[in-house]
Design a protein around this ligand. Structure first.
Ligand code: PLP
Length: 410
């Protein structure tokens, strides 16, 4: 018989006297000081350690961008702005957060499949790089740029002719609403040249949440090769080549952390190739969850403990409405448990099998299904690990009208 798959060890936060410690604070103290649950807490030191590890592994010439949709909390984005080389945004709202963070506009890029006129105008006024995703966008940008008397800095987002293998969410390859199909890009480049837009490079993003280094390496190699082919058609030299990201983090039983070494070695190799083949190009990778996902927890309080026909249910003040992903309803096909513990009984003496559910009147509101947890009661604190990305802002917080969660950067 195979051993039951387990969660990867979660050791980003210490456990002191049986309590999980986040940003130097035991979880009970944290909840008491903030005066409420549920809450999201993000630990700067864990983010910094992750960035430091990446910087050590990657060639120094590769630029590291933060895709702020993973976690757009202004204080967190501001923290990132001092530590990464650029920010990637996908709406006017995110653009405002990025501009307020102190990151220079030259280092901000704006992607997204439905950019409206006011968004394009805001981007032109700010002077950020626009990752154009359609012929319509290019025409509209030319008109706006002329009217405003401002240059339009553009990179072409390419929908590649391959997919990122074993990726959690595929965002490139085959028919996709993102980017311009690789085969149509030469025609778009010609148009960009005719209209006199300031062409700067390419953006390729094959997919997200990949834990297989070999698949990421292959996608980066194919992205590079595709960009090199397309470079024959550009109206100006390629100065930026954004190879995407897709670096995953372990969420579910059986997931193992991504091995950075082969990815770093491949990027060093590509940097070397680019030196002669695309001599003006800077290589960029853009990461969201890999930078911030492991640095965050979601904390909610047990309101009731019920036993229904032999099964234990820990009923909490938080759930799906704050943390859609942990409930299994954000891109999962088969529901699996996030790593969950009882945060104030983190070194448990006695455990039992229990399910953690939220306050919503729907059977979808599950944070943990039949997990081995410390024996818990009303008042104890449930902690969901791996909650620093796609949590608060990726959840239907108005659903059922319960109080919102608090967010804190420690
Ligand atoms: C969502 C997104 C990212 C970030 O993905 P992660 O899985 O959080 O790293 C990066 N680039 C683009 C274009 C995206 O849409």
């Amino acid at each position: 018989m195979n051993a039951k798959p387990r969660h990867a060890p979660m050791n980003q936060f210490p456990i002191v006297d049986g309590e999980l410690v986040i940003g130097g604070k035991p979880v009970t103290q944290l909840a008491a000081e903030l005066g409420q649950t549920p809450l999201y807490a993000y630990d700067r030191a864990v983010i910094d350690a992750r960035i430091a590890r990446l910087r050590t592994a990657l060639p120094t010439t590769v630029k590291l961008h933060y895709a702020i949709k993973a976690n757009p909390l202004p204080a967190l984005v501001q923290h990132m702005a001092g530590r990464v080389d650029g920010l990637d945004v996908a709406s006017e709202g995110e653009l405002a957060v990025a501009l307020a963070s102190g990151m220079p506009p030259q280092e901000i890029s704006f992607a997204g499949p439905a950019k409206r006129k006011p968004e394009l105008e805001a981007a032109l006024r700010a002077g950020v790089l626009l990752n154009v995703e359609s012929f319509r966008e290019v025409e509209l940008l030319a008109t706006l740029s002329q009217r405003l008397g401002l240059p339009a800095r553009v990179a072409v987002r390419v929908n590649p002719d391959f997919e990122l293998k074993s990726s959690g969410m595929k965002m490139g390859g085959g028919p996709k609403p993102f980017g311009v199909d690789a085969e149509d890009v030469p025609r778009l480049l010609a148009r960009i040249g005719e209209l006199g837009l300031a062409f700067e490079g390419f953006h390729l993003f094959a997919g997200s949440q990949n834990l297989r280094a070999a698949a990421i390496v292959e996608a980066q190699q194919m992205s590079y090769a595709l960009a090199l082919r397309l470079a024959a058609h550009t109206p100006a030299p390629v100065r930026t080549l954004n190879l995407g990201g897709g670096f995953g983090i372990p969420y579910f039983p059986g997931d193992t952390p991504l091995d950075l070494a082969p990815i770093a070695a491949n990027l060093a190799q590509l940097t070397e190739q680019a030196r002669s083949e695309l001599p003006q190009a800077e290589l960029v990778i853009e990461l969201g969850r890999y930078l911030v996902g492991e640095a965050g927890v979601y904390v909610c309080r047990i309101i009731d403990r019920k036993v229904s026909r032999g099964q234990v249910f820990l009923v909490c003040d938080g759930g799906l409405h704050h943390h859609l992903a942990a409930s299994g309803n954000f891109g999962q096909v088969i529901r699996k448990n996030y790593p969950v513990i009882i945060g104030n009984k983190a070194a448990p003496v006695e455990t039992e099998t229990a399910s953690v559910v939220g306050p919503l009147c729907t059977p979808l509101d599950i944070l943990a299904e039949r997990m081995e947890l410390a024996v818990a009661e009303a008042g104890d604190l449930v902690v969901v690990y791996q909650s620093g990305a796609y949590g608060f802002t990726a959840s239907p917080r108005a659903f059922l009208g319960h109080p919102d969660a608090l967010e804190v950067l420690l």
